[in-house]
Design a protein around this ligand. Structure first.
Ligand SMILES: NC(=O)c1ccc[n+]([C@@H]2O[C@H](COP(=O)([O-])OP(=O)(O)OC[C@H]3O[C@@H](n4cnc5c(N)ncnc54)[C@H](OP(=O)(O)O)[C@@H]3O)[C@@H](O)[C@H]2O)c1
Length: 287
């Protein structure tokens, strides 16, 4: 087994490295754009062949949801073309792919957790390109596994938890959207789930949903972040989405049903608040 983790400097890439170096040491290659630009088809093909890669975990993506509305070409080249390049290289070399997608493939008009078979209807450029990445991958490399996740955070890079911790320590009041419902997901938990797939005896291709357990609004999430961090001097006020305009539209409801991955790979998923405590503990230890 020779595993390639792409986007290794990102949130999930970092956590993937932590998990695999601990549980499957010495068999994984880690690349980000400086080592391997996934939009370069020839370079991808050569890398997979030269290194005899058997499994690709694609953690690379264009993830800035608002900037994607302007930056359409770059967003599509990373979220669609790069995925096609990986699929072609994997197909030629018999490698298997685990690719990460998003809850933003849905329009958010549901009132119950989305299943993998539910109709997609992305409402942003980011969501549209991520969906195109999914369909391209399944067409070119149907043996792939796609995991849709949501609201990722970790001790690495920029994310909602780190932003709220900074703002909560310096501001007296924060106004946070209370009418978008989803599930905060600790990148470490997703990395553990990917490890469970890699180390299992079975490879069942197709789409899976993975988030932490539970659901909340960005407002609820912020209240928990500040409470767990002990930041008592900042008041959190709920506001509707219309009072916080953003370049990209976001689904009002994007909770994912995680039964398929839990049953197929016998995965136990922690509640988002439990995992949030672990992340904040790690961030405090780093200080
Ligand atoms: N973050 C979320 O809330 C969220 C929610 C749902 C789904 N997801 C999905 O989860 C996955 C992991 O997200 P994440 O938050 O870990 O992403 P991230 O932190 O933004 O990391 C993505 C990594 O990919 C790299 N990259 C960009 N273009 C590349 C290229 N051409 N070749 C190689 N690498 C390239 C980025 O480098 P640069 O930083 O230099 O661009 C970055 O290091 C993605 O598929 C994302 O769409 C994320």
């Amino acid at each position: 087994m020779k595993i390639l983790v792409t986007g290794a400097n990102g949130q999930l890439g970092h956590e993937m490295k932590n998990v695999l170096e601990d549980k499957m040491p010495g068999i994984t290659l880690y690349t980000d754009i400086n080592e391997l630009d996934l939009t370069d088809a020839k370079a991808v093909e050569k890398y997979v062949l030269d290194n005899e890669v058997t499994h690709i975990i694609n953690c690379a993506a264009y993830t800035n949801v608002d900037r994607a509305e302007e930056d359409k070409l770059l967003c599509a080249s990373i979220n669609v073309n790069a995925v096609k390049n990986l699929a072609a290289a994997a197909d030629q070399n018999g490698a298997k792919i685990i690719h990460i997608s998003t809850d933003y493939v849905f329009d958010g008009k549901s009132y119950k957790p989305y299943c993998e078979s539910d109709k997609v209807n992305p409402i942003s450029q980011y969501g549209t390109t991520k969906r195109q990445g999914e369909t391209s991958l399944l067409a070119l490399a149907p043996n792939s596994i796609i995991i849709r996740t949501a609201w990722l955070y970790s001790p690495y890079g920029k994310n909602f938890v780190k932003t709220m911790l900074e703002l909560g320590a310096t501001r007296k009041e924060l106004r946070v959207v209370c009418d978008q419902i989803g599930t905060p997901t600790y990148a470490r938990d997703l990395a553990d789930a990917i490890y469970a797939i890699l180390s299992s005896q079975q490879w069942v291709s197709g789409i899976y949903h993975f988030t932490d357990e539970g659901a909340c609004s960005w407002y609820d999430f912020t209240k928990s972040i500040l409470r767990i961090a002990g930041l008592k001097g900042c008041k959190v006020c709920p506001i509707p989405s219309e009072d916080y305009p953003t370049a990209a539209a976001r689904p009002y409801y994007s909770v994912l049903n995680r039964n398929r991955i839990k049953v197929t790979y016998d995965i136990e998923i922690p509640h988002w608040e439990e995992s949030l405590q672990d992340c904040i503990k790690r961030l405090k230890e780093e200080d």
